[in-house]
Design a protein around this ligand. Sequence first.
Ligand code: SF4
Length: 961
Amino acid sequence: MGSLDMTFQQPTIDLSPKVSDEIRQTTCYMCACRCGINVHLKEGPDGEKKVAYIEGNRDHPVNKGVLCAKGSAGIMQHLSPARLRAPLRRVGERGSGKFEEISWDEAYDLAVSWLKPIRDTAPEKLAFFTGRDQSQSFTSWWAQAFGTPNYAAHGGFCSVNMAAAGIYTMGGAFWEFGQPDWDNTKLFMLFGVAEDHDSNPIKMGLGKLKARGARVIGVNPIRSGYNAIADEWIGITPGTDGLFILSLVHSMLKAGKIDLPYLAQFTNAPVLVNEDPKSPEFGLLLTTEDGKHMVIDRATGKPAAFDEPSVQPDLAGTLRKAGISHRSVFQHIVEKYLTDEYAPETIAAKIGLPVNRINRIAADLARVAFDEAIEINQPWTDFRGTRHEKMIGRPVSFHAMRGISAHSNGFQTCRALHLLQILLGSVETPGGMRFKPPYPKPATAHPKPHCKVTPGKPLDGPHLGFTQGPDDLCLKPDGTPARIDKAFTWENPMSAHGMMHMVISNAHAGDPYKIDTLFMYMANMAWNSSMNTSGVMKMLTDKDETGEYVIPHIIYSDAYSSEMVAYADLILPDTTYLERHDCISLLDRPICEADSAADAIRWPVVQPDRNVKGFQSALIDLGARLNLPGFVTEDGSQKFKDYADYIVNHERRPGVGPLAGWRVGVAEGQSTHQPALQHGRGAPNAAQLDEYIKNGGFWQGHIPDEALYYKPWNMAYQDWAVKIGLFDKPAPYIFSLWCEPLRRFQLAAEGHGTRQPPDHLRERIKATLDPLPIWYAPLEDGHADPVEYPVHALTQRPMAMYHSWGSQNAWLRQIHGHNPLYVPTKIWEANKFAEGDWARVTSMHGEITVPVAHMAALNENTVWTWNAIGKRAGAWALDRDAPEAKKGFLLNHLIHELLPAKGDGLRWSNSDPVTGQAAWFDLRVKIEKVRAPARSYPNVPAQTSPVGQGPANVTQKIGGA
Ligand code: SF4
């Protein structure tokens, strides 16, 4: 038969079928990166538009069309059988998973019956904590109106060390607050970055670097993800990053490879420090009468305020004033880091790297920063009024995240990294790290924490903030903690994001006090979001001597039947991210780039087919029923119909609302609104959300060329930021290499001042709250015998998952269905492991039995696994024998929120002593081969879920009959 006949016989196939009837553009929420997506909709047989396909939005500032595996699997998140379907009231014992469906009115009535009496008498008895919530400016405002001091989101158990160290040191941090100058950097170094934080943006940035031939160095005990494509991998010993970084600082100083003009002009390196040990201001910075930091002016040799026009700060300045000697911060830096304590020869063995490799990396950094410096012909004017004809760039950039942050020495390690960046002059200069609006914003421009409770009234101010010294701690008049998580106390004085990981155990212990209602959103505390998972499940179900639950009421909101659902008394079912309104706001964690301010929305591209409600809309209803100020009008009726109404009409300050795009302009000198639309400041615009939808779901405002770099000191940037409403008047500042708030806490521990720490904390405060970055061994090292527990144990998040959401997603489960414990060659061989083997892993706190796998590209004393793949049988609508439940496991069973008691009989929190950051990665274990069990241990019994078990296959018909 000839070919012509064959063609004739072929069926007619449409090779380019129409993908969709309509495209709606919104923001992805399959992880926290907030990429823009095009959601393709097609009509189903029932006439309803259904989600057919998701692609990246090519015009979006975050992802420019790139979509990751998680993002494209959003359709399965939307169709998940684990979705909750209606409000639920517990009918069985707590933990039994037995609920009855109720109406929203019944749900609100029940919540109000618990919340109203405590608001009227003791608002602190509500603990309201949200997990991976992207609406914290709203949820915190609700909690403030309620009047409880007990609010925070999940930052305390995630990466507060990174954020707080960055903001205290330089007024900005990585990820949402700052990014490498991807277009100009020549050497990029990542520390402890797993693949889910800043996911698409980093992948796109790495792609740019690879295309240009720029060099990438990955520092991580585990060589996966970004580290796998790095030109050089440094498999550092966990918890020693700070030592490594400070040895690089030592080498730079020794070689004289630091940016002296940058340090003198833009940092507090030339500021004078009080040198008198007897002075109550010993170690504090000298100020003028109006509170400005003082330097010696090289031009005159005289003291001057740092910001006086044309002052030339002297890095070597000294001053004797009123009988007290003062020396510049820079002299302290040189003295501290040139000692042998930080010499590569001293620390090499501890961090697990040879001396010559440390020296070579230091030399590489110096060569690129100084010998390969770049210049941009763009004049700019600084805050002293000095005109600069060019922008000088040091093309070395860094990025770091949880790997260096989630240790009990993480705050000082993160500060050490910022010290290194600043010594190189590579922050806010071309080729270095760049801030994203609303940053730069120094710690002093942020609120301080507030905790004053008045029954029936709002809290006296925002909950979270940046303490500047002992006076800002959240203590009651009797010195006991004002907050249930003990944030902002002497134990963790700078806990800027709160300490969510301590809430349940403190509430259970009634320490510092008992609560009545625990209200949580999107935080799977009965499973992967808690340290000591089994202990937390018990705390949530424990009863007191009267037979009542120790935590009397638990309200929980989630979109899915997570493990935590069974432990709540009342469930407020949330929508999926395609069915809801959200704003990714400049008041919160927006989608800005270093070149632009930007914000975005989510909107219901499809309507829910269940009796569910966006959590924020439910909070608005609840706020009105509780009569909270801001949620009701003068006549007592509900002020905002729902969250969309709030997004459009709420004003945080006059003219500044949740969204900056398409506001209504008000002509100067006139009281009536003019019809013109403008961005940044302006009155609410009823059609604002329509404008966002027309523009692809986002707004972007570009920063003028003159303002693109040197932002903290660049008057063109400062003026632009005021114009769009980021702040109300120009606020230039210098970087704080010497972090004075730390020194104020140390001074108190040395006996100065009226607010004094308890005696048992004095030595720890003196040792850890050093105003210059230091390294100390992770606190668990002082408790776990290194001979008995010689192995470090870590988790990492996979690129294809975002916490427990991803590991129930039908498509993503096919990538990671279970999680072996990865074991390095040395330990693998010592235990004679073979593929298919299992091991018992034991820590000071617990024991697990898990499958093992060999991985050569791993620090030789470290084991690790993927985070949050293990599931409790019965949860998430999965088959009870799903691999996630049978072979999957959590390391959380090995970790405790408290360290074991030592000689002092006290149990210290397993957290950073500065910020309270949960020290997940301090964990030490021992490992031994065991016979393969039927399933991983501990085998937590299956739980009952209100959604039952999902079907084996999820199907959806679109595109006609
Ligand atoms: S990186 Fe995150 S936000 Fe972006 S597409 Fe992937 S899952 Fe969505």
